[in-house]
Design a protein around this ligand. Structure first.
Ligand SMILES: O=C(O)[C@H](O)COP(=O)(O)O
Length: 211
């Protein structure tokens, strides 16, 4: 057994609440989002983890979630690396549009494909495969070596940047990833084997609350 990798999606953002496609836009957390980040942090404190380092994106909602979690585990100010490789999938021309308005315009099925499929990008944006093509190399070069050295690593990022990682870690097919949605503020605790495969995965919260 090596170190520990904790993945957590940011708490609810203003644009999650308003039901807007967000992508690389930069809304803040809502009050509920702050509560969710605190709940995730408390779950990690109860789990008893102390991190060696944290990673997050360059977007406010992920950075605030990261900070709130670190406060809860008593590690305010822990070294935290911010990189746009961990940003949300770029939603392209959909960014800022209401998700129900988009369904009314393009149909339920098309919007679901843009949101959840593996290789069909929204207009002007990134597919999950495109997102993975920047997240996965960053994971391999910056994050995984630390876990393999025995470190405990927090990654506070986004629904789709983390789905692209979960797809590979959990060995999910293109069909299986369609049905995966990550709940806000719920930590996933992975222990890895020395060959970087997953030894165990524990979800500290209710993933079925994902919307
Ligand atoms: O970018 C967004 O709009 C959300 O963070 C994730 O959106 P999704 O639920 O459509 O993947």
């Amino acid at each position: 057994m090596t170190g520990t990798l904790v993945l957590v999606r940011h708490g609810q953002s203003d644009w999650n609440l308003k039901n807007l496609f967000t992508g690389w836009r930069d809304p803040d957390l809502t009050d509920l989002g702050v509560q969710e980040a605190n709940a995730g942090g408390k779950a990690l404190a109860d789990y008893g983890i102390k991190f060696d380092i944290a990673f997050t994106s360059v977007l406010t909602r992920a950075q605030k979630t990261c900070n709130i979690i670190l406060e809860n585990v008593g590690q305010t100010g822990l070294e935290t690396i911010k990189d746009e490789a961990l940003n949300e999938r770029d939603y392209g021309d959909l960014s800022g549009l209401n998700k129900d308005d988009a369904r009314a315009k393009w149909g339920e099925e098309q919007v679901h494909i843009w949101r959840r499929s593996y290789d069909i990008p929204p207009p002007g944006g990134e597919s999950l495969r495109d997102t993975g093509a920047r997240v996965w190399p960053y994971y391999l070069t910056e994050i995984l070596p630390r876990v393999l050295r025995g470190e405990k690593v927090l990654v506070a990022a986004h629904g789709n940047s983390l789905r692209s990682l979960v797809m590979v870690l959990d060995k999910l097919t293109k069909e299986q990833i369609l049905n995966v949605n990550l709940a806000t503020g719920v930590p996933m605790v992975y222990k890895l084997n020395a060959d970087s495969t997953v030894a165990s995965k524990e979800v500290l919260g209710d993933m079925s609350a994902a919307h």
